[in-house]
Design a protein around this ligand. Structure first.
Ligand code: SAM
Length: 282
């Protein structure tokens, strides 16, 4: 599991012996935070690699292949996303992409582990000033508790968490989806990363079923993400009258995106037949 000294490589082992790895130039450090084991590497070809509890969170080169599809489809499908909540996302990549939208008045980010934020700020070029943006409100705390207790409401809620174990487990529960639904405005969108479709099929289907019990409509899409066992899944919950099959192409033009293509938004929903069958039977 993890770093292989002989090979000078970090490999994340998924269920059933499936692995995704990077050749490592230097092992920068490793520490146990209050919540998880944090490791940082300099890879040969992909910049820094951030690992939490043995799972790859991101590699600097190509991290947009995760942050663009997580952020822009929901931001561009919402008619006027002014208040945005991000749960997790300590590296700052999701916040950075959210703030590219001029409609945003305030972006609240609730990250449980301060160390992830600090290490990302010091060693990685991901946030690119997002934490210093006057529209940013940064809260160090548990996203589950925050959402249960806040009096605020949001147009878009983005869950950029670790996988459904440890501190992130409750972020994939029906109870949590209910508090998210309550805290969305009359028209609102919720998105969460939901793991590898091939390797975490049961976890994905559990989340899909629970979201369907809560939201007015639920969509699944997947995207090839550098560093993950791709394709990676995303689940979207809709509240009220919003058509997630359509995005605002005028606003999209200003963004100049690299991976997610708003002009071909409908291609997000193409999936292998077996995935469509699984979701239809869920
Ligand atoms: N892109 C990544 C992935 O899918 O592997 C996620 C990146 S981001 C670094 C994940 C963050 O979620 C971590 O920093 C972790 O501390 C945070 N997190 C996990 N559970 C949380 C919770 N209950 N509330 C707030 N943040 C949480």
């Amino acid at each position: 599991m993890g770093f292989n000294e002989k090979e000078r490589a970090f490999i994340e082992w998924y269920p059933r012996g499936y692995g995704v790895g990077f050749k490592v130039k230097e092992r920068l450090f490793e520490t146990q935070t209050k919540y998880q084991r944090l490791e940082l590497y300099e890879t040969e070809g992909f910049g820094k690699l951030l690992v939490l509890d043995g799972t790859v969170q991101l590699v600097e080169v190509g991290e947009e292949s995760y942050h663009e599809p997580l952020v822009h489809p929901v931001m561009l499908a919402h008619p006027n996303p002014r208040r945005v909540l991000i749960i997790g996302g300590g590296d700052g990549g999701t916040l950075r992409e959210v703030l590219r939208h001029d409609t945003v008045e305030r972006a609240t980010m609730v990250e449980i582990d301060e160390m992830v934020i600090e290490v990302s700020k010091i060693y990685m070029n991901v946030a690119r000033g997002a934490f210093e943006d006057p529209r940013t409100e940064l809260i160090v705390g548990d996203g589950v508790e925050y959402l249960r207790e806040t009096d605020e409401s949001f147009d878009v809620i983005i869950v950029d968490s670790t996988d459904p174990v440890g501190p992130a487990k409750l972020l994939f529960s029906e109870e949590f989806y209910r508090s998210a639904y309550e805290k969305l405005n009359e028209k609102g969108l919720y998105i969460t990363q939901a793991g590898s479709v091939y390797l975490f099929t049961n976890e994905l289907l559990d989340a899909y079923r629970a979201m369907k019990r809560v939201f007015d409509r639920v969509y699944y899409f997947s995207f090839p993400v550098i560093g993950y066992a791709s394709p990676w899944s995303f689940l979207v919950g809709v509240k009220g009258e919003i058509d997630f099959m359509k995005v605002d192409l005028e606003r999209a033009k200003k963004l100049d995106l690299y991976y997610y293509d708003p002009e071909r938004h409908e291609t997000l929903f193409q999936m292998p037949k077996y995935v469509r069958d699984l979701l239809e039977r869920a």
